[in-house]
Design a protein around this ligand. Structure first.
Ligand code: NDP
Length: 353
């Protein structure tokens, strides 16, 4: 039986629980596409699965996205054929081969190299859906983006600028702030000097010190309280991650002080994720203004295609530049995760298969 390399965990813990194992090369089932991985993206969510912050059944194949070439397709797949360049959002992507439901696969534009495609997918789709659906940024809004030199942060900054917002960017060093500025951030705040200081600086960059329309926060625990202080009346807090740990329990009546909105969105709630071996039911829908169509089926290939198409358009137009921090080998997965968790990175980390 043909085998391929995959990163698995059979218990939770630090990077020492990461195992490089050989598993059978999957056969694509009905509605599935077998992809030969070229690059897999390294994402914070993989570290949450590893540590147990996000519950999963063990053993577990790690990796959440990748780019590669279609090797073969299962019964009923018409959109993809052998040799196509594709991206996918499916669990188990730290592997040479992966069978993925076709609804989680999209074509890569001809002129986009596979490393760039892998580098933009999850973080780009996260940034795009948060700016469109969690709090819809409007021209002239002033927003705050935390960890703005990170993978998701840099894309949030660029997309928010493309959508006409003023962007206040935070990061933990001047070097990172300079990178955020080079990607369009209007105001820079080093948030490592304590909450009182960064809150004051952020408010100082807003009209009459009234606060920002929205905060996009992937840092979580350490910034949450300050976020409530820098929001203007009726502002929105989009708390979408836990890089510093999960946000502590919170009494919702505190939102009433300024009639704030609090969201804790996940990309997979906007763009369905399904790794089951069964093909997902297909419900054809018109694509027009899909993002704003309240009745849209969240879990369809049309939604995935729609957002991938939007994202690739911003890339092609030069409005979103893709930043690859470093490319690691599969054997170096532990180092890649350590680097991501260690705050030493900017932009995207990739695994080359
Ligand atoms: P990043 O590249 O942004 O790396 C995380 C950054 O967070 C660090 O570089 C660091 O920047 C900052 N940070 C602040 N405090 C800490 C800390 N205590 N430990 C480590 N890092 C810290 O990662 P990603 O772009 O991959 O992910 C960013 C966030 O987005 C994560 O929380 C992730 O879970 C979330 N996310 C959520 C999704 C969703 O669907 N909700 C989807 C994708 C990502 P600095 O040094 O400047 O502080």
């Amino acid at each position: 039986m043909a085998t391929n390399r995959a990163i698995q965990i059979s218990k939770h813990g630090g990077t020492e629980v990461l195992e490089l194992n050989r598993i059978p090369v999957p056969t694509p089932g009905p509605g599935q596409v077998l992809i030969k991985t070229a690059y897999a993206g390294v994402n914070y969510i993989d570290t949450y699965y590893r540590t147990g912050l996000y519950p999963i059944a063990l053993p577990f194949n790690l990796g959440s996205e990748g780019a590669g070439t279609v090797e073969s397709v299962g019964v009923g797949v018409t959109k993809f054929k052998s040799g196509d360049h594709v991206v996918h959002m499916a669990t188990g992507s730290y592997a040479d081969f992966l069978a993925v439901p076709e609804k989680s696969v999209a074509h890569v534009p001809n002129d986009l190299p596979l490393d760039q495609a892998a580098a933009i997918l999850i973080q780009g789709l996260t940034a795009l859906t948060m700016l469109r659906e969690s709090y819809e940024v409007k021209r002239g809004d002033t927003i705050l983006v935390h960890a703005a030199a990170g993978g998701t942060g840099l894309i949030l900054v660029q997309l928010a600028k493309a959508l006409g917002a003023m962007v206040i960017a935070t990061a933990s060093s001047q070097e990172k702030l300079d990178i955020a500025k080079a990607h369009g951030a209007d105001y820079l705040v080093n948030y490592s000097h304590g909450e009182e200081q960064w809150v004051k600086e952020v408010l100082g960059h807003t009209k009459d010190g009234q606060g920002v329309e929205a905060v996009y926060d992937g840092v979580g625990k350490t910034t949450f309280e300050g976020d409530l202080k820098v929001l203007r009346k009726k502002g929105s807090l989009v708390s979408f991650g836990n890089a510093s740990g999960a946000v502590d329990p919170f009494k919702i009546n505190r939102l009433g002080d300024k009639n704030l909105k609090l969201l804790r969105p996940r990309l997979f709630g906007y763009i369905g994720k399904d790794c089951s071996p069964l093909p997902a039911p297909r419900i054809p829908k018109p694509i027009s203004s899909l993002a704003n169509d309240r009745s849209m089926q969240q879990d369809t290939q049309e939604v995935f295609d729609y957002y991938c198409g939007e994202l690739f358009k911003y890339v092609k137009a030069g409005q979103v530049k893709i930043n690859i921090h470093k490319v690691y080998s599969l054997e170096d997965i532990a180092q890649a995760q350590k680097d991501l968790e260690g705050r030493g990175t900017t932009g995207k980390l990739l695994i080359k298969l």
